[in-house]
Design a binder for this molecule. Structure first.
Ligand SMILES: Nc1nc2c(ncn2[C@@H]2O[C@H](COP(=O)(O)OP(=O)(O)OP(=O)(O)O)[C@@H](O)[C@H]2O)c(=O)[nH]1
Ligand SMILES: [Mg+2]
Length: 286
């Protein structure tokens, strides 16, 4: 049986997490239309009759890392790329202009000493108007694919190629991948789902001031799942915005998150969600 590890690299918002979810066939990584959604590597296991692939969805690499958290993420991601991977998928998004940020990512990719596969994503859209700016990359990479992560188009040839370059190896035992992503425990996965709803429901800088902490997650005797969670933000003004007039905003975030957790866990969920100011959560993040 084949076995291998693949890292996904690209600037923010190109669709790395969406692609991992589509390859795996279920949601392992949160996604949003906002850049810098992913904050730490998510490892997801794909299995079929040919063997297994562990995909590592990395945070997007970006140009100006201003705050403590962004700096930490950028540094860590570049560091993570020095790890052992059988290949990297370099994802580009032809709906957006090639820019300085993209050149930076390309510079990092060029230095990597492993097989590299170029993936043009979002190719189902009519907005891939900047494709000519990326075309030259086809000469630089031995292998490239045009896909749509969102519409799950042309993913099979990509998977075929990955198995082709992979060697025989040990398979991960079944008990080690009960969660959708193999490096996430229940609490982390739930906190990510809540964070995704914050990203979807808030605007401008607000989502970047937040993180989600799970204080309690337990199954009650009646079979329901009880979750106590806090959204932390850095400023009282942001707290107010997160709660919204009459608590409307937090109510919607909570409801969206609860629905998705119920779907993922196939259980009725009671979600107790609060907002709290913690000026220093970014600094204390490991
Ligand atoms: N039209 C279209 N949109 C896509 C496709 N793949 C991803 N998207 C959208 O692009 C946006 C970003 O997707 P993500 O998967 O969160 O991107 P990412 O590269 O993981 O972003 P970071 O985690 O911030 O680095 C979301 O709104 C997705 O729905 C695609 O194939 N076609
Ligand atoms: Mg992502």
């Amino acid at each position: 049986m084949k076995s291998g590890t693949i890292a996904l690299i690209g600037r923010p918002n190109v669709g790395k997490s969406t692609l991992v979810n589509s390859l795996i066939g279920q949601k392992v990584a949160i996604t949003s239309p906002k850049p810098q959604t992913t904050r730490f590597p998510i490892q997801a296991l794909y299995k079929d009759e040919r063997g297994q692939i562990i995909f590592t969805d990395l945070p997007g690499i970006f140009k100006k890392a201003k705050d403590t958290l962004s700096k930490k993420i950028n540094r860590q991601t570049i560091n993570d790329l020095e790890g052992e991977f059988d290949a990297v998928l370099y994802i580009v998004d032809p709906t957006r202009k090639r820019d300085f940020e993209e050149s930076r990512v390309l510079g990092i990719v060029r230095k990597l000493q492993m097989p590299k596969i170029l993936v043009f994503n979002k190719m189902e859209t009519e907005d891939a108007e900047y494709l000519p700016q990326y075309k030259f990359l086809e000469d630089e990479f031995d292998t490239f694919f045009y896909v749509s992560a969102k519409k799950k188009k042309h993913l099979k040839p990509l998977l075929d190629k990955l198995f082709e370059i992979m060697s025989e190896g040990e398979q991960t035992p079944e008990e080690e991948y009960v969660y959708p992503a193999i490096n996430l425990d229940s609490k982390t996965f739930v906190s990510e789902l809540i964070r995704e709803k914050v990203f979807l429901r808030t605007r401008q800088e607000l989502p970047y001031t937040t993180t989600v902490v799970i204080d309690e997650l337990k199954e009650r005797r009646d079979g329901t799942l009880y979750i106590k969670a806090r959204i932390l933000t850095t400023d009282p003004t942001y707290k107010k915005m997160l709660i919204g007039t009459g608590g409307r905003s937090i109510k919607i975030i909570g409801m969206m998150a609860r629905k998705e957790i119920e779907l993922a866990r196939n259980k009725k969920v009671y979600l107790d969600l609060q907002v709290e100011v913690d000026k220093h959560w970014m600094q204390t993040l490991s």
